[in-house]
Design a protein around this ligand. Sequence first.
Ligand code: TNX
Length: 509
Amino acid sequence: MRFSKTLFFIILLIGFISCSKKESIEYKPTLLDVIPIPNSSMKAQGFFEVNNKTSLVFDDSLENSAVFFNEYLSKGLGYEILGNSENNSIVFSINPSIVGLESYRITIDKKRMLIESRGDMGAFYAVQTLRQLLPPSFENKTYTENKVRFNLFKIEDSPRYEYRGFMLDVARHFFTVDEVMHVIDMLAIYKINKLHLHLTDDQGWRIEIKSWPNLTRHGSKSSVNNDKGGFYTQEEYIEIQNYALKKHITIIPEIDMPGHTNASLSSYPELNCDNKATEPYTGIKVGFSSLCIKKKITYKFVDDVIRELSNITLGVYIHIGGDESRKTQEDEYISFINKTRDIVKSYGKEPIGWDEIVDADIEKNAIVQFWGKVDNVKLAAKKGAKIIMSPSDKIYLDIKYNDSIKLGLTWAGLNDVEDAYSWEVDSLIEGVNGDNIIGIESPLWTETIVTIDDLEYMVFPRLIGVAEIGWSKKENRNWKEYKERLARHKTRLDNLKINYYKSKLVEWK
Ligand code: TNX
């Protein structure tokens, strides 16, 4: 009896020590804790300590990232660092010799942490790396010490692709401004730099267009299953973009045309060939709607929408959709895409379209987003187009992980965490490689996704792997090591209160 009581306390004590390990000053994450894995690193003996004497020094143009880091440190330490020690400093410095706007170098020695970049972008990514080198208890303010230590490292890092995207379908189900900002916060941790918002579809229109007010007055009310609708005012849309900009994320708006347009067709009878407005649509079928291509008013509509959208869009890209236009005649489709492309260009923006747009007269440097048809993307590569890779059978985040989960669809198979990670961007499709590919994007279509909890569950952890595919060198990536590194992320995800899928393929630590 006595013995078992002692044993019980010993077990309790061991349990307590191992639980609190991640909060103690002795716990210093290593580079194995950083996703996407950095290009190269060197480690030395010893540590650098951040405490109330530490000074923070930065070039003016790096203030955004320096302040972000200080605010993050204060979540764990309980104070922002304001010290003036010369022998203990964190320095953000511009170094024009660093190649690439997104690249950074971190050199941590015993007296100084030096963060070098060409500008705020690189510095911001350095901060995301440093964030993962701090105990996960910083994420939920449960760190209990008033100082913290970093292992001594030198890290040099730069992204493989300039386009590292996530797409959110806010048309099938609407997500509020605050929810989108929450998504932006999560994307930033993993160095994702594009958020493509699928703003319109059969089930709803989500962006205010002042010259066609019925699009939101009527067309924003619906969604799949008659769940709540909604839209962003132009002011709100600008607010979202400014929020994203601070985290170096560009918002890419999509107006899907000429198919996927029931929300506009039900808002304006004149956009239909028979002049009759359609009924709002709340199902999940695709390919049944089309703008009336031969009408002049259709191009007035497209021009007004693209003009207003261009005026409030900070980035250069506007996505024009072009997918699954099964109700549009082939020749009409081609002329529509050609004209719409010219309209986008006339407002100083660059069009992106889903892979079906290769049938139109796309010129060199057009941007084609591959999602399904291999022949389309091969043709796009032949025509010299730039390509964004979104293979549905790998990285569609609305595709179920396995048969037994409730959310998601199965038309593209099943995508567990390994499927989403273990593939190579430039050897997936013969002839589609090298400079043609500008990057990768993982879409979340929301036919079955209603809440932010649903969203997180489908996105995490798959998007973390996609982020690594987009950022890290291919020779640094392999599934066996990755799944162990992902497992080490468990506490961070838990502390961030992200609702993620605990795949059986990963031994969560
Ligand atoms: C195909 S991918 C679509 C979407 C659907 C999705 C469901 C693409 C360009 N179009 O309209 O929401 O499948 O997975």
